[in-house]
Design a protein around this ligand. Structure first.
Ligand code: ATP
Length: 309
């Protein structure tokens, strides 16, 4: 069942076409991630859906509700992670949550939220004394206060260290267990891959592709990257490269010093042929690896551009 559907969203700021044409639908209980480089239009898309920015064109439906007719009801249904600046720095997490709770008719108990965002031990510390990761967790808690069905998190892990990011991931996975729908934006491919049921890759205001992380990666796994590092140095790698270039299973080759990288649709066959060659020449291979494709590869394959964090 779709809880959100957007059709042909468009938004310009003066001459900048921030969102050119975005359409997608999100199912109940999904973690749906919008990923894209800086300026791709992620925040603008999210803010239109959240009712904070008016689209120039397009439709937004929450089931059979829309902003024009059912604004109040939609606000009860969604939770938006506030900007860090919206929190009260001199108050504690507990006081911030209690205060935000007064904005709503029904609220999830503060203790439950503190537990969920793992801030129970810090509930009496002033917000200004919290770390960046703790503040972000509180922001997610504030989005949860009205116990919404759909939660919007705009780059909740940007600027956090790996451990703090993982704490946020745990909360997102916990929200999923609670049956919530989460719509997330991120710069981090690894994050999108780990958390999402589906990923929507955007670039320059348009959707590049939408699918499950595994299906996106699967589309590319026809080709796998194989790496061989030669103990005998550059000359061995160069000869192996010339040999591999003649193999029909090999699509592309790169060489960096004594490391040969090649892309093949049949890694086993290619490696077998290469090992026959190295044995014949008496070259020693120090390391062999077959790399799994990542969402980053998907982005590069679809856009022809390098991924920039
Ligand atoms: P980031 O990852 O950097 O947050 P993003 O994918 O969220 O980027 P947006 O913030 O939606 O991208 O911005 C898309 C484009 O629209 C950018 O070129 C941005 O500079 C521009 N833009 C966004 N908001 C405004 C605004 N209020 N006024 C003018 N231009 C804007």
């Amino acid at each position: 069942m779709n809880v959100l559907e957007v059709k042909n969203l468009q938004k310009s700021f003066g001459t900048i076409r921030a969102v050119q044409d975005i359409s997608f639908a999100v199912e109940a209980g999904e973690v749906f991630t919008i990923i894209g480089p800086n300026g791709a239009g992620k925040t603008t898309t999210l803010e239109m859906i959240e009712g904070l920015v008016t689209p120039d064109h397009g439709e937004i439906h929450f089931g059979d509700m829309n902003w024009g007719q059912h604004g109040v009801a939609i606000k009860m249904k969604i939770g938006v992670q506030p900007q860090s600046s919206a929190m009260f720095d001199l108050l504690t997490p507990e006081e911030n949550l209690d205060l935000f709770a007064t904005f709503y008719e029904k609220a999830r108990p503060t203790e439950e939220i503190l537990e969920l965002i793992n801030l129970t031990d810090h509930r009496k510390n002033q917000v200004k004394k919290l770390s960046g990761g703790q503040r972000q967790r509180l922001a997610i808690g504030l989005a949860m206060i009205s116990d919404p069905d759909i939660i919007f998190l705009d780059e909740p892990t940007t600027g956090l260290d790996p451990q703090a990011r993982r704490h946020i991931w745990d909360i997102i996975l916990e929200l999923k267990k609670l049956g919530k729908t989460t719509i997330l934006t991120t710069h981090y491919m690894e994050e999108a891959e780990k958390l999402s049921d589906r990923v929507c890759i955007v670039d320059q205001g348009n959707i590049v592709t939408i699918d499950t992380p595994s299906a996106l990666i699967e589309k590319l796994t026809k080709e796998r990257e194989v790496r061989l590092a030669f103990l005998d140095g550059e000359k061995a790698a160069e000869e192996a490269a010339i040999f591999a270039d003649n193999l029909s299973s090999v699509a592309r080759i790169e060489r960096e010093g004594e490391v040969l990288k090649l892309w093949t649709i049949k890694p086993e066959d290619t490696l077998l042929e290469l090992f026959k060659f190295t044995k014949e020449k008496d070259y020693q291979v120090e390391q062999v690896s077959i790399r799994e494709m990542s969402l980053e590869d998907v982005f590069i394959a679809f856009t022809g551009k390098e991924w920039r964090d």
